[in-house]
Design a binder for this molecule. Structure first.
Ligand SMILES: C[S@@+](CC[C@H](N)C(=O)[O-])C[C@H]1O[C@@H](n2cnc3c(N)ncnc32)[C@H](O)[C@@H]1O
Length: 120
């Protein structure tokens, strides 16, 4: 186990070092759900994902929740993992949203959050 903030340089360096050469690599993001934090995680960890595998961003469903649903959290509509994914996909062409996988699930907290890696 590597403990620390996901966006800490030393933590991400150690994660990258463990992942290197040990493919296939799948990444799940499920920590702080604020837009800026998730976007940073996407930038840091997406390069680790191997082609054909997935980058899964949890709790994109927050975008669809009522604004007062998380009164003690900084995230909510317009500031959440879904908005970060949208921003990320504007400039990254290694990933596409896998709607087929999502369609097989009866329920998910990650609509639009299953990103398939389509390029090396
Ligand atoms: C939604 S829970 C996820 C739980 C986890 N996926 C599991 O199944 O046990 C979010 C977790 O992220 C942690 N967290 C918050 N900010 C973080 C950060 N910057 N880096 C790493 N973890 C963080 C929280 O302490 C909390 O335990």
């Amino acid at each position: 186990m590597i403990q620390g903030s996901s966006v800490d340089e030393e933590v991400s360096r150690r994660v990258a070092s463990e992942a290197k050469g040990n493919g296939p690599v799948l990444v799940i993001l499920d920590s702080n759900h604020a837009h800026d934090h998730v976007l940073r995680e996407l930038e840091i960890y997406s390069p680790l994902v191997t082609r054909g595998s997935y980058l899964i961003v949890f709790d994109t469903v927050i975008e669809e929740m009522p604004a007062d649903f998380f009164p003690d959290r900084p995230w909510g509509p317009d500031n959440n993992p879904k908005t970060a994914v949208r921003e990320f996909l504007k400039t990254n062409d290694r990933f596409e949203v896998d709607r087929q996988l999502e369609a097989k699930l009866l329920i998910t907290v990650a609509p639009g959050g299953y990103l398939r890696c389509i390029k090396d």
